[in-house]
Write a protein that binds this ligand. Structure first.
Ligand code: SAH
Length: 244
């Protein structure tokens, strides 16, 4: 995906520190395109402090006077809001918005995520310039997040969408050892059962469900050959100790 296909737009931000924290949140998640609509103070030292190693995002930020200018070249505009507004609008959570955004970016569209003022968010008029609304599902007792934290959550979901497209579904797809075969597992279960009897943990006269439970446990784990050898080694040493 083209990194600059997705931009973050901040409207009338009061605290430059928040702008810096947004730049950092963006860069951590691979976003670079920041647009500022009439910030109260920018450039500002506090912004650079909070951006730390993301000052390049601040330096390349576009500063404009109106939201319309900031989103003019975008095909998909997503406005964020901490609360419901008068007229219901299509509203999605960050995960589903990220899905839509990546899909759009994949089709060469430009996408904007618009964030509001620290004290009163976006106006209804601004929200009505958006195709979709995004709401982070907070607890109803306190729905308003800090601006940069809201950006962080959205940027993280975008990142997850981007990397999950690259990652195989199976988290263990790249492994250093082959997985144990069913036959090897059977040998292991016999060895384990024998050892458990010898140490007095398993009573063959009343075995209960111990072995089925252990089978279920190892079945969920799916041991590789090296892990199997380690466990077999432990059993062998245990037997040696109790036999002497
Ligand atoms: N008091 C304002 C909240 C401002 S918080 C209001 O009621 O709208 C500053 C910005 O952070 C918001 O404009 C929005 O962009 C973002 N934000 C904060 N909490 C959010 C939430 N729960 N869902 C989506 N965006 C949120």
């Amino acid at each position: 995906m083209n990194k600059s296909a997705i931009c973050i737009v901040l409207v009338n931000t009061s605290h430059p520190g928040n702008i810096g924290a947004v730049a950092r949140a963006m860069k951590n998640m691979g976003l670079v395109e920041l647009r500022l609509v009439a910030p109260a103070r920018f450039p500002a030292e506090e912004a650079n402090w909070r951006a730390v190693a993301a000052s390049d995002v601040l330096e390349s930020a576009l500063v404009v006077d109106t939201l319309a200018e900031a989103i003019g070249d975008c095909q998909l505009v997503i406005g964020t809001s901490a609360r419901g507004r008068r007229i219901p609008w299509p509203v999605l959570d960050p995960r589903h918005c990220a899905e839509q955004a990546l899909r759009a970016a994949g089709r060469e569209q430009r996408v904007a995520f618009v964030f509001g003022r620290e004290d009163r968010g976006l106006t209804n008029e601004e929200l009505q310039q958006c195709n979709l609304h995004l709401h982070i599902p907070t607890h109803e007792d306190y729905t308003s997040l800090n601006l940069a934290m809201a950006v962080q959550i959205v940027a993280y979901e975008l990142r997850m969408q981007a990397v999950s497209a690259e990652l195989p579904d199976d988290a263990c797809a790249h492994w250093d050892e082959p997985l144990s075969t069913a036959a090897a597992m059977e040998h292991y279960y016999k060895h384990l059962e024998q050892t458990l009897i010898e140490i007095g943990f398993l009573d063959p006269a009343a075995p209960r469900q111990l072995m089925p439970r252990l089978r279920r446990l190892y079945g969920r784990l799916r041991l590789d050959e090296m892990e199997m050898n380690i466990l077999r080694g432990i059993l062998t040493e245990t037997q040696k100790r109790i036999r002497t």
